[in-house]
Design a protein around this ligand. Sequence first.
Ligand SMILES: Cc1cc2nc3c(=O)[nH]c(=O)nc-3n(C[C@H](O)[C@H](O)[C@H](O)COP(=O)(O)OP(=O)(O)OC[C@H]3O[C@@H](n4cnc5c(N)ncnc54)[C@H](O)[C@@H]3O)c2cc1C
Length: 394
Amino acid sequence: MQPDVIIVGAGPGGSAAAITLAKNGHKVLLLDRKEFPRDKVCGDGLLPGSVRFLNKLGLKDQIQTAGFNPINEMMVISPENTTINISITPRDKDTQFYIAPRKDFDVLLQRKAVASGAKFLIANAHEPVITDGVVTGINIVKNGRVSTFTSTILIGADGSSSAMARTLAPQIHKVQQRILWRRGYISGLEIDPQRAEFYFIKEIAPCGAWIFPISATSANIGLGQYQQDYIPKQKNLNDLMEIFLNHPHIKPRLSADWKISNSKSWYYHLATWNQPRIAFDGALLVGDAASFLDPFSGEGIKNALHSGIIAGEIVDEALRKKDYSYSILSGYERRCKKEIYSVIRRSLAIKKCFELFPMQMVKLFNRINNPNSLTHRFIEKQSGNFHIGGDASN
Ligand SMILES: Cc1cc2nc3c(=O)[nH]c(=O)nc-3n(C[C@H](O)[C@H](O)[C@H](O)COP(=O)(O)OP(=O)(O)OC[C@H]3O[C@@H](n4cnc5c(N)ncnc54)[C@H](O)[C@@H]3O)c2cc1C
């Protein structure tokens, strides 16, 4: 059977598109080079915005019963060591903030896609097949053999190392915009299981570092570094991790037998000011393949789910109209620009301000910490979910 749609990558973006399309009765082939469950380098933070999209995809019960660690407080530490404690009260129990290890989380989405009718295949996708400017399928490698699969529409959801984007939109994944990350799971550190910790540290800035508890005894720990800073500063991710573990908020909490396991590195590409082309004749890019990660917070699951759902809706319309050209698929670009890219551009602006004027960040922290300041009241009012109770400990 020739599928209507081939989706490369069964992470949050690909699985969200697969669920949306399979539920509408389309023949979907969902490919991933890995068998599920599989690990993915991530902070494992499942924020309320992501949970809302998961509920929309019909995963409400699975998320609530999966045993993911609920978070009700975020401690943010500034480069000057000012601490802000933000208590997070979900508007309702459907929008809880969880730390959800990707090994256990992504498989829920991939299984939901299969239960909705998508066919899952383990295969390594090489590159899209383009005939007269139109994407008509994909070359894959399975058990060492190369074969070509034809499809009506191809969705590239193969993450930040996307082979689909490399061919279709090479401008998206430029090395200059790459941030390298190290992530592991730490045990032997005293943690409050309901509190996530986020650090801005001079030596690590402009990237951040975090401790996100997955249980009472273990936490996801990680930090990042711009690729362009990697060689000139002669500091690598291991050195930065050592600096992080020596932070005055962390060192005293380490027991004699602390250890970090499953330590891995990965990278992603920062979004650019203008949304690149992500729709083509016969193909779309979603999630990290389209560089939809929030450049300030590093949150990417929400936009992967959101873009996957939009892609599913637009491709459904294209299949019903039997028009797979850019003229109809560009509707995906327009919706992403309005619903996702407007927020990405705002985050880019905030990030740029912090990079250019790092001391403003300290001032901002102090203002957020002051319950009488307009900034404090504005953030609390806007978020609805958060109550900021800074302890002003310096
Ligand atoms: C260190 C780090 C920390 C992060 N922390 C957070 C966080 O706390 N919260 C948050 O919301 N976001 C976080 N993110 C971002 C988040 O991980 C991504 O934005 C999200 O996973 C994007 O989903 P996706 O479906 O687009 O891609 P992915 O989740 O990367 O899925 C892509 C899939 O494609 C498959 N694939 C890749 N290439 C091929 C190929 N050639 N053939 C077949 N299959 C292929 C992969 O195996 C994978 O399963 C973090 C990212 C990093 C690097």
